[in-house]
Design a protein around this ligand. Sequence first.
Ligand SMILES: *Cc1c(COP(=O)(O)O)cnc(C)c1O
Length: 375
Amino acid sequence: MNFIPYGKQCIDYNDIDAVVEVLNSDYLTTGAKVKAFEEALASYCEAKYCVVVANGTAALHLSSLVLLSKDDKVLTTPNSFLATSNAVLYVGAKPIFVDIATDGNIDLDLCEEALKKDPSIKAIYVVAFSGRMINQKKLKYLRDTYTVTIVEDCAHAIGAKDGNIKAASCTNSDVSILSFHPVKHMTTGEGGAITTNSKKIYEQLLTLRAHGMVKTAEMKPWEYEMRELGFNYRITDIQCALGLSQLKRLDSFIERRIELVKKYDEAFIDTRVKPLYSYDGKSSYHLYVVKVDFTKLKLSKVDLFNRLREKDIGIQLHYMPINKQPYYKALGYGDEHTPIMDNYYEECFSLPMYPKMIDEEQSYVIKTLFEVLND
Ligand SMILES: *Cc1c(COP(=O)(O)O)cnc(C)c1O
């Protein structure tokens, strides 16, 4: 058996042909594929506008530049990739880490307590962790009641729904961000996107993606004006062609993930391996996370990781609590009261799952996991 990673891309000849077509064309960047990819993503996510960028982190950075000011307080989750709260720091704002609920998503009731105590809190950066949407009813309630800015990090969640509300539709948020890193649902190599329903935010994002530069019809033909400090966060047409091609197969990728989820769920019924949440047909399942109570075992979590990796199974932990990272500790973080996150960190890990995973690989993962746990 070859090494089985926790996630990987699914590339076929359509993808390769789409990329080659751009390589043979006149525009490798700032061409027609960028706009076409933006329109296709906006349509898929059911948002009005979309801006594609170099990666998901750039998407978070630009969102923060538009929505936050220095010293703004932002509620966010410790259970995410570093980029979510780093984007708050990039603009001199202050993340405040709130504990998670048992499904791995930020606890919105605790967010409400924090908003009640401190009305100066500007924003909430939520993450649709593992592909499971943030409860949209509660999100809407918080947004309406406390007039707080909402950023949805949907890097795990394209294709997910809560009721009829699609991930990254920004139905109850100011912006959503997506990532197209190869481990995510669909890939452009590196890449990301921001969706929004606000024309004003959309236009600000376009300017900031390209150095803060503006050209208008009234200007002389060679003129451009820099009105604010922007970046080069463009993505190439080569990547957007790949993204367009991948997007066509996204629903089939998610269908395959759901098949794998059902088989894992079934294998773990009445065993010591507990899925993080019971089957959610509307989650797009970027991750399959399970819990094991190691206090009842001879084996530690480190032993489990080492033993499975020796057997070519790339189990992974998503995530180490961001607030306990050395950089954050040096800023005074790390001692927040987050018992659910602490327990998550003790007991949880992600099992391999990706569209190309074959049944034999999954059976091998399940069999080997039980062999090691019962040893
Ligand atoms: C992957 C990821 C990002 C960052 O995306 P990149 O494209 O790697 O920059 C941000 N947030 C979450 C939750 C992610 O999983």
